[in-house]
Design a protein around this ligand. Sequence first.
Ligand code: CU
Length: 120
Amino acid sequence: MTRIALSVLTAAVLAAAAVLAPAQAATPVLKGEVGPGFTIEVTKAGKDVKRLKAGTYKIKIEDKADTHNFHLIGPGVNKSTTVAFVGEKIWRTKLKPGRYTYQCDPHAANGMKGTFKVTK
Ligand SMILES: [Cu+2]
């Protein structure tokens, strides 16, 4: 292979990688945490989530108590862990514009809930 052909090939591989890489990195990660106390939260990079852009998210659920569950309700989404479940789950979830509520079902009336807004 000539040196020119090799550099053209290298450039093509780099260009392809540049096109593919952002698509993979584009799936943002959220964390949904409930328990062990009477707390529930959704965070992104350690910050409480109040607003998000519509799109597909990976939500890492950490359910830390067998007395609580994590339930996410909103446009097109109604997912929950069971109260008895303790452990981690990863939900790949499409969030649409609107308001989402996350709550612990047995204790939502006691304030174990929160909301965030998804915009276009
Ligand atoms: Cu609870």
